[in-house]
Design a protein around this ligand. Structure first.
Ligand code: PEP
Ligand code: CO
Length: 456
């Protein structure tokens, strides 16, 4: 039995969020400069197209039915300084490798969405930061201000949004070239392994898998199957996403689709509201309610079943499969208690959501040395709790949301190489949340694959 649909929000327009309280917006000291930057952005071409967002929605609909698994991964925040072709390529490589491991070991197609090409803005626990008696605005990500703790650097500078847009455009251009231009060809799968891992356990296991795939491809070709004409073997569909935090930026990139007359936020394929911006009566939820892109909502342990059901009604009143992704980020110690009531409540309503697990953001802590870190074991424990809770509730565990990098950083402890707190200072690069490094990410995928195989 399906419950009656809620009423769509008929008063929505790209600017209607301005009538609601907006959490986490930086204070822009120069209003004229802000208006000028937004005018500039309104004139820029869309970064993604409405048709692509629709294809993502229909693929997510398959995930919601249990016929796909969503791998949502990338940096906590992209930065202006770390912007390079090599970094983008290496991040894509890890995601492709993880998805290959997942698809090959589970037989379930993996939908790939990056936290990339626009994931710049960061919500903060406080609007200002104090050090040695000096109080300055918090760092809101490179798209707003600079990380250095100096008053000029921390001033919110609207032109940074234009730079962020341009960097997103260049990143997306490279991603499109890599995913459609031969690099993502399955026959190249062994080459995705990054040099520094090839001799390590995770690297060797990946290599074996890539060789098996290549053998299978050669076998099919020998049987007379024309592999050349199968685009799926040579290209990859890869989508972009970010937290829709800066509403002025998102509004400026929201366009009416000429084919359907509907509104799409053309800054990315998928946009989400974070744990700090998902207020039912707030501006972010208002904004997301009116765009046609697939949208996500992060849910921490304080989210009540009533609140989550109300968010589903507000964001997906028409109950369209593939429209809404709910992202559980409870923390390893809380998930067993906090998630089941939400899974049950949403299931009872019949909302066709995708449930996924972010095992990162509920497990961050500050080590005594001052570094923000996460333990690999906590990440795995939370994932385990997620699969167990979904299994109990009879809900398909639709995917995972991971912060990672293709680099050999030391930001999260644990994993195959047994990184400890002493290693943190060696290669800690993140200015915001700690990411799984390349080897930890691959190990994580191998362990997730075992869970998914257990369910299927
Ligand atoms: C994030 O995804 O980087 C983030 C801030 O997450 P959350 O909203 O879940 O805290
Ligand atoms: Co983060």
């Amino acid at each position: 039995m399906t419950a009656p649909q809620s009423l769509p929000n008929l008063d929505w327009e790209p600017t209607s969020w301005r009538r609601y309280p907006a959490a986490q917006q930086p204070t822009w000291p120069d209003e004229a400069a802000l208006a000028a930057a937004l005018t500039e952005l309104r004139a820029m071409p869309p970064l993604v197209f409405a048709g692509e967002a629709r294809t993502l929605r229909s693929t997510l609909a398959k995930v919601a039915e249990g016929n796909g698994f969503l791998l949502h991964a990338g940096d906590c925040a992209e930065s202006f300084a770390e912007f390079s072709a090599d970094n983008i390529r290496d991040k894509l490589k890890v995601i492709l490798q993880m998805s290959l491991v997942l698809t090959y070991s589970t037989g379930v197609p993996t939908l790939k969405v990056g936290r990339i090409a626009g994931q710049f803005a960061k919500p903060r626990s406080a609007p200002t930061e104090q050090r040695d008696g000096l109080e300055l605005p918090s760092y809101f990500g490179d798209i707003v201000n600079d990380f250095a703790f100096e008053s000029a650097a921390r001033r919110a500078e609207p032109q940074r949004m234009v730079r962020g847009y341009n960097q997103a455009a260049a990143t997306l251009n490279l991603l499109r070239a890599f995913t459609k231009g031969g690099f993502a060809d399955l026959r190249e799968a062994h080459q995705w392994n990054l040099q520094f891992i090839a001799s390590r356990r995770e690297g060797r296991r990946y290599d074996e898998l890539a060789q098996e795939i290549e053998r299978a491809l050669r076998f099919m070709a020998a049987c007379g199957i024309d592999l050349e004409s199968e685009a799926q073997l040579h290209e990859v569909d890869f989508y972009t996403s970010h937290e829709a935090l800066l509403l002025g930026y998102e509004e400026a990139l929201t366009r009416r689709d000429s084919l359907t007359d509907e509104w799409y936020d053309c800054s990315a394929h998928l946009l989400w509201a974070g744990e700090r911006t998902r207020q039912l009566g707030g501006a972010h939820v208002e904004f997301l309610s009116g765009i046609e892109n697939p949208v996500g909502v992060k849910l921490g342990p304080a989210a009540s079943p009533e609140e989550v059901v109300a968010l589903c009604d507000r964001l997906d009143p028409k109950r369209r499969p593939g429209r809404l992704v709910l992202v559980s980020r409870m923390g390893a110690d809380r998930i067993a208690d906090a998630l089941p009531p939400l899974l049950r409540a949403v299931k009872l309503t019949g909302h066709p959501v995708v449930w996924m697990c972010d095992p990162m953001h509920g497990n961050t802590y500050q080590h005594a040395s001052g570094y923000k870190t996460r333990e690999f074991d906590d990440v795995m424990r939370e994932l385990h709790g997620f699969f167990a809770a979904c299994d109990d509730a009879g809900v398909w565990p639709g995917g995972v949301h991971i912060e990672l990098t293709g680099e050999n950083v030391t930001e999260c402890t644990g994993g195959a190489r047994g990184l400890t707190d002493i290693d943190l200072e060696r290669a800690y690069k993140s200015r915001v949340d700690p990411r799984l490094n390349y080897e930890q990410a691959l190990e994580c995928a191998m362990r997730i694959a075992r869970h998914v195989r257990g369910v299927k």
